[in-house]
Design a protein around this ligand. Structure first.
Ligand code: ADP
Ligand code: ASP
Ligand code: MG
Length: 431
């Protein structure tokens, strides 16, 4: 029987400088000495990705998405090569591979590409030679036909390979996708907290670490802003039945397992609270209340890749209505460029934007079983004089938009209201 295969992923703070890279390398070398075959996925060092984005923004406010992806991918190239050198200097054979070298192919959407497939042959070959394989996270290769100036016979078969990135937090996705493709025995995500908590432990001091969380609840939390796991990574884990362990890279402590949750039916509490500051609210004031207006607003936003989150359209008065929606704050400048001319064309009164809002959500499978969660949530915010600007719900989530400077108060008050520091009856009964 071959030795167990483990995929280990280390996030930006775990590899933020040379000392930390050497420390992580020692941990990997120990694991290797225990006999496991290892595929290690790394993020860019510390805030490298933000720094590269800032550099691009200093050059232009509308960078070419293709060039931006090639630039961003270099962050993970740095950390992967340095990790490989650190392992080699400990006497552990290792090799670094870029995403494309590791056989990861994606669709052609720069900035948020989805993994289309993984050809595992190179990784398998390196593993077979006893090497630890370090894979640069957050990137892949898309293939598209080369555009030709002429129609020379045969030329249309030529293909161009392009570097793509998977969206923020995408190294998690690289790790889970590799674990699924390679049928790894374990998939471990090492980060700067001990696991998944009932709320961001940096905001809520008495947030409780969860031993287990189901895929669906974790996906909602991630989607609503808990950046500890990338949404797409959790989705891939769910679809491929990969148990994802989230654990600290700084201490040896039990982590959290993201897996099918056997107790989900018995849960009757809120499971966690997520917040997201990467939100901006856009309002078209007094747009004509006519068929086709929403399409004219949302079509061009969609074509330029801007994701719309919540939408609220007020009841029309005198033939006009206000249309508000939220988008990622980082896309506000782009959205304004698209919408400003449209406001004039549509005959709306004005376009207003607010980038000082944030999203706060309560999440839990229990929400669908019992009424009253919405009332308790809104009541708690009211008691704290926090104004709710927008609301949306799903079966297992209630989300509000509030002022950004009240996020901390809101999350703490809701954490206390739903007594999240106390384990659920179902958990304690299970031992
Ligand atoms: P990495 O660089 O390892 O990918 P991230 O910064 O992406 O790490 O994610 C880890 C951070 O996620 C933590 O430092 C924590 O502040 C934040 N976080 C938000 N919500 C949660 C939560 N529910 N549980 C744990 N961490 C959370
Ligand atoms: N370096 C990328 C980011 O900062 C990917 C990752 O860390 O997962 O989003
Ligand atoms: Mg991350």
């Amino acid at each position: 029987m071959s030795s167990p295969l483990v995929v280990m992923k280390f996030g930006g703070s775990s590899v933020a400088n040379a000392d930390r890279i050497r420390r992580v390398a020692r941990r990997i070398a120990r694991e290797r000495a225990n006999g496991s075959r290892l595929v290690v996925v790394v993020s860019a060092m510390g805030d490298t990705t933000d720094e590269l984005l800032a550099l691009a923004a200093a050059i232009t406010d509308d960078p070419d998405p293709r060039e931006l992806d090639v630039l961003l991918a270099t962050g993970e190239h740095q950390s992967a090569t340095l990790m490989s050198m650190a392992l080699q200097s400990l006497g552990t054979p290792a090799i670094s591979l870029t995403g494309p070298q590791a056989g990861i192919t994606t669709d052609g959407t720069y900035g948020k590409a989805r993994i289309a497939g993984i050809d595992p042959r190179r990784v398998d070959a390196e593993l077979a030679q006893g090497k630890v394989v370090i894979v640069a996270g957050f990137q892949g290769r898309s293939v598209k036909p080369v555009e030709h100036l002429d129609d020379a016979p045969g030329a249309s078969d030529a293909h161009a390979s392009e570097i793509t990135t998977l969206g923020r937090g995408g190294s998690d996705t690289t790790a889970v996708a590799l674990a699924a493709q390679l049928k790894a025995d374990r998939c471990q995500i090492f980060t700067d907290v001990k696991g998944i908590y009932t709320a961001d432990p940096r905001l809520v001091p008495d947030a409780r670490q969860l031993p287990v969380i189901g895929y669906e609840e974790m996906m909602e939390l991630a989607h609503q802003g808990a950046q500890v796991m990338n949404v797409r990574a959790v989705e891939l884990g769910w679809v491929n039945d990969v148990v994802i362990e989230v654990l600290s890279s700084f201490e040896d402590a039990p982590g959290t397992e993201i897996r099918e949750d056997p107790l989900v039916e018995q849960r009757n509490k809120v499971r966690g609270i997520a917040h997201d500051r990467n939100v901006a609210k856009v309002t078209l004031v007094a747009v004509p209340d006519q068929p086709g207006v929403a399409r004219r607003v949302f079509d061009p936003l969609a074509s330029s890749g801007i994701t719309i989150d919540m939408i609220v359209q007020n009841v029309g008065h005198g033939g006009a209505t206000d249309l508000s929606f939220t988008i990622p704050r980082v896309e506000l400048a782009k959205a304004k460029r698209i919408l400003e001319p449209l406001v004039r064309e549509l005959g709306a009164r004005e376009l207003t934007t607010d980038s000082s809002v944030a999203k706060v959500s309560i999440v839990g499978a229990g929400i669908q079983n019992a009424p009253g969660y919405a009332a308790r949530m809104f009541g708690t915010l009211a008691d704290n004089e926090i104004n709710i600007e927008m609301i949306s719900t799903s079966e297992i989530r209630i989300t509000t938009i509030i002022a950004e400077d009240r996020v901390e108060d809101a999350v703490r008050a809701l954490h206390a209201q739903f007594a999240l520091e106390v384990p659920e009856a179902a958990e304690t009964a299970a031992g």
